[in-house]
Design a protein around this ligand. Structure first.
Ligand SMILES: Nc1ncnc2c1ncn2[C@@H]1O[C@H](COP(=O)(O)OP(=O)(O)O)[C@@H](O)[C@H]1O
Ligand SMILES: [Mg+2]
Length: 255
């Protein structure tokens, strides 16, 4: 392979959504969404409740199918099913508001499991990776405990470690701190900030405007299934252009 080829592949966006439409019955939840996410880019997605933020995230790892348009990850269209789909889900890590850990498995096992099952990593290697990642998110000492024995912030960090164990190309975070007690929000945002600093490509749905300002390369504002506005965090927060964005910001910043 020539150097030019390598450079070209690095220049292509990691995620491309093009003309994406999605309905839930009569509800048009994603309306002609076009979005390109560069490698290493951190995109924060904000907007009112019901605007389609979660649905947009979920289409990227095909937790939701789309009605029309196309989505590619690393140049490849999303696979419809089977082993290819399992691999896509590994490449596109997702962290939800609810931590979704397996309650009857230890923290360590939670991070080991998919590596062994999906990636076919030998168990000893999977455990080593899990311990390294648990250390990195600051919960290494909790490895033998069960999720219910951990705080919400610790559980969410385990969920992040579990996603990272699959060596994802992109990480989607859907309101990862919304279910946490306030004193635990920062420990999760810190882990996300360090991931961003290390070059992870990330899409983050969040109401944490401090995180958006400090970690995002770009802010997208969604309303009624459309990306209404996008800008650098600085420009977006100091000078939103649309009335919808101004109205939304006045509500969340002055409550
Ligand atoms: N599985 C579903 N079935 C029917 N309607 C849904 C489903 N998921 C989401 N919706 C609706 O789609 C719209 C967008 O939802 P969502 O993507 O969750 O918005 P957001 O994350 O911005 O709050 C909302 O009106 C919501 O009620
Ligand atoms: Mg949502």
């Amino acid at each position: 392979m020539t150097e030019t080829t390598v450079d070209d592949s690095q220049r292509t966006p990691l995620v491309v959504m093009s003309g994406v439409n999605k309905h839930f019955g009569a509800l048009h939840v994603l309306q002609d969404v076009d979005l390109e996410i560069a490698r290493g880019e951190v995109v924060v997605l904000i907007g009112p409740s019901g605007s389609g933020k979660s649905t947009l995230c979920r289409t990227i790892n095909r937790l939701e199918t789309i009605d029309s348009g196309s989505i590619t990850v690393d140049g490849r269209p999303l696979p419809a099913e089977g082993r290819e789909l399992a691999r896509l889900r590994a490449e596109v890590g997702m962290v939800f508001q609810s931590f979704n850990l397996f309650a009857h498995k230890t923290v360590l096992e939670n991070v080991v499991l998919a590596q062994v099952k999906v990636r076919k990593v030998p168990r000893a290697e999977a455990e080593q990776t899990a311990r390294t990642l648990l250390d990195r998110v600051g919960v290494g000492a909790q490895a033998e405990k069960y999720p219910a024995q951990l705080s919400g912030g610790q559980q969410q960090r385990v969920a992040i470690a579990r996603a990272l164990a699959m060596k994802p190309k992109v990480m989607l975070f859907d309101e990862p701190t919304s279910a946490l007690d306030p004193e635990m929000v920062n420990e999760v945002l810190e882990v996300m900030r360090s991931l961003a600093a290390e070059g992870m490509t990330m899409v983050v749905v969040t109401h944490e405007m401090g995180f958006a300002r400090s970690a995002a390369n770009r802010v997208l504002f969604m309303a009624d299934g459309r990306i209404v506005e996008e800008n650098s965090p600085e420009a977006f927060f100091t000078a939103p252009r649309s009335d919808r964005a101004k109205d939304f910001l006045s509500k969340i910043l002055h409550h």
